[in-house]
Design a protein. Structure first.
Length: 128
């Protein structure tokens, strides 16, 4: 069989209904989840990664950032519910200086700065 199965492209309506996301969860549930999840933007520069998390109506005391076994975890505590309203984890690449990671919160934006290790540069030694 040459045609690979792709969700939503099967001629069989049973499979199409099962594998289309819109049919797994009601639209109201998906929209509510999207609205409650903070926007996250990760950028890479030559010397560092930056993670920006857009979280309104929070204070810096509501954030917890942990690193364990090369996993960076960001948690946002909700004082209204008394629990963490948002948790997101990232596996850190091996070129991050974990002890130099910083986090700051200002005007609804949590910013994490993840500096990269300085790679050893190749040096040519002249022969005399």
């Amino acid at each position: 069989m040459n045609n690979a199965f792709k969700a939503g492209q099967s001629g069989d309506p049973l499979f199409r209904d099962i594998f289309e996301v819109e049919n797994l969860f009601p639209a109201s549930w998906i929209n509510a989840f999207d609205e409650s999840s903070p926007s996250i933007h990760v950028t890479e520069e030559s010397d560092a990664f930056t993670i920006n998390v857009q979280v309104h109506a929070s204070r810096k005391e509501h954030f917890k950032v942990d690193i364990e076994n090369d996993i960076l975890t960001i948690q946002v505590f909700s004082p209204l519910n008394g629990c963490y309203a948002f948790v997101r984890s990232f596996r850190l690449p091996g070129n991050i200086q974990q002890h130099l990671i910083t986090a700051s919160y200002k005007n609804g934006l949590l910013t994490l700065h993840l500096p990269k290790k300085v790679e050893a540069k190749k040096k040519e030694v002249p022969v005399k």
